[in-house]
Ligand binder design. Sequence first.
Ligand SMILES: *Cc1c(COP(=O)(O)O)cnc(C)c1O
Length: 478
Amino acid sequence: MEKSYHMTPDEFRRYGRAVIDWIADYYEQVEKYPVMSQVQPGEIRARLPHAPPEHGEAFETILADVERLILPGITHWQSPNFFAYFPSNTSGPAILGELLSAGLGVQGMLWITSPACTELETHVLDWVAEMLDLPQTFRSTASGGGVIQDSASSATLCALLAARERALRNSSPKAKLRQRLVAYTSTQAHSSVEKAVRIAGLNPDNLRFIEVDDTYAMRPEALAQRVAADQAAGLLPFFVSATVGTTSSNAIDPLPQIGPICKQHDLWLHVDAAMSGTAALCPEYRFIHAGLEFADSYCFNPHKWMFTNFDCDCFYIARKADLIQALSVLPEYLRNQASESGAVIDYRDWQVPLGRRFRALKLWFVIRHYGIAGLQHHVRRHIELAQEFVRWVQDSPDFELAAPAPLNLVCFRHKAGDEFNRRLEDALNRSGKLYLTHTVLDGRYTLRLVVGQTQTEKQHVSAAWRQIQETAASLLSS
Ligand SMILES: *Cc1c(COP(=O)(O)O)cnc(C)c1O
């Protein structure tokens, strides 16, 4: 036998079991850790050895160091007391699907590089389109189709690139016209829209942030006016990114009014439903997608609220040709018969990088483990719990709601003002008992509580509300 430093299959079996046990124990005990990591900047690095090891170390030592050195610097996104930002939840089947994907280690850039990687993805994305009752055009059986991106940010970038290509398809010289293209989104949209505009090389001054109404949703008449003004000024409006469930306050832009404006002016409509799209699993929440039939593209993240490990963004396009024309570049070394026959999908043409992981596996595991009914059950439960929290806030003499809470995100504040709410947030997060974050709405400091972590139950939301009230009372009396 040649000398080898590799882990043997037997060692892999043994340590693999140890890691699975470790994760299972972690999930059972996650509530004992402070939800938000309490370390200071530089504290974790200071404890790590200066130099990498010359000789390999025992796996037991490495795993023990995860507990000793790494865990203190972990913010526990998988704690049921995590109510910050947005959920980034996981589940047993998703973790195991992810592990299998790592084990197979395939590169799914072309159909030929692993046919199952492509075909399962196409199939599962059609399933998901059906589960959310998305418009028929988004199915692979029609003109469109779905693809898994790493993030909603990438989906928005791809949508923008496809829109840019479509807008300039029949014009030249393109470089000059490109500087006249104008994109639109609301003042409440996610920062990824602005980033996509920069990456796409558009004029950053040509991104219009359209005003919102008193529910923080885009005002369609303001959009129409701005588009008309830009056209009159000789500019080229081409792209609108609307949001279903804004990150800040869960506002839902009115697609039934925005859609016809886009159609009238031939603007690409992209719909970003990163967190909230998951709610459409339940028929009673499908109202959030009213008007989606006007959309050229759509995305939501199972890696936020559908029990699927990061990364997994489902991106749908109504006409796949738009996307492929924008992103397909074919060097000789990737040429193959299957691709040239046109009978297969090569997902490298649907995204920015060439290489891609087998991400459909974890999504397939999640859907098969829970079934539609299981997913609906947990999503409904999260929304119910958030709505219960809404009622507690409304009934409280000291707190108020700061925005409508259509689903699982509640924006609220103490009536004692911005500075007090800042101190309250800080004290709560330092307590380690829960973690929540803030936003600013109409210039006012606002606390946000999102219910969406896999293990969050009634007792956790009740305890959070109790902690919020008690902390506020003690801050007021000190
Ligand atoms: C979270 C979020 C994003 C960003 O998602 P990534 O997948 O991390 O890029 C974009 N838009 C909305 C509305 C979000 O809530």
